[in-house]
Design a protein around this ligand. Structure first.
Ligand SMILES: [Zn+2]
Length: 177
């Protein structure tokens, strides 16, 4: 990729950007032409987000990771990924480890969509049940399904398997498939 060309384009585009998108400097969206900025990721979760997005050494698009960046709402991680928009399944997976994250869809250097990730009511086919005897861990072709609630006291998500009633709340990333 020609990075010089990229910057040149972004400078001319920057004037066109509207001022009401907020957090503009924070996002440094000039680095991205098309893609997604995942902002306000829970500090320390950026690499887990990359895992969910299956970004590894074979990934060829530009990816930027900022960890423990200061922001108006305190420390956060930020992931910028060129040429990718997230599937609903990926968004739901990210919500389990970083429920306060925001998604910014970038097209032609503009933020065309900005939204707060919502805690899903339930997640299907995303998390592996912790119970080895659960039907979803048998040879039956049954997709996992968990009801998602929030434990107000410890501020973490609680997943309850609809098949075996197992409750999962810690280290969810280990169970995301
Ligand atoms: Zn289960």
């Amino acid at each position: 990729m020609d990075s010089c060309k990229f910057q040149k384009g972004s400078q001319s585009e920057s004037k066109k950007r509207s001022a009401n998108l907020g957090d503009k400097n924070d996002l440094r969206i000039k680095a991205i032409g098309h893609g997604t900025v995942i902002d306000h990721i829970t500090p320390g979760q950026a690499l887990n987000v990359l895992n969910i997005l299956r970004v590894n050494g074979n990934f060829t698009n530009t990816v930027s990771v900022v960890m423990n960046a200061g922001g108006s709402r305190g420390d956060k991680d930020v992931v910028k990924i060129e040429g990718r928009e997230l599937t609903e399944k990926e968004v739901n997976s990210i919500s389990l480890i970083s429920p306060k994250a925001t998604l910014n869809i970038i097209r032609d250097f503009e933020v065309v969509q900005k939204r707060q990730i919502q805690k899903p009511e339930s997640v299907c086919g995303i998390v592996k049940c912790i119970n080895p005897n659960c039907i979803t861990n048998s040879t039956e072709p049954v997709e996992t399904r968990f009801v998602v609630t929030e434990d107000e006291k410890v501020k973490s998500l609680v997943l309850r398997c609809v098949f075996c009633e197992s409750v999962m709340t810690e280290d969810l990333i280990k169970f995301i498939e």
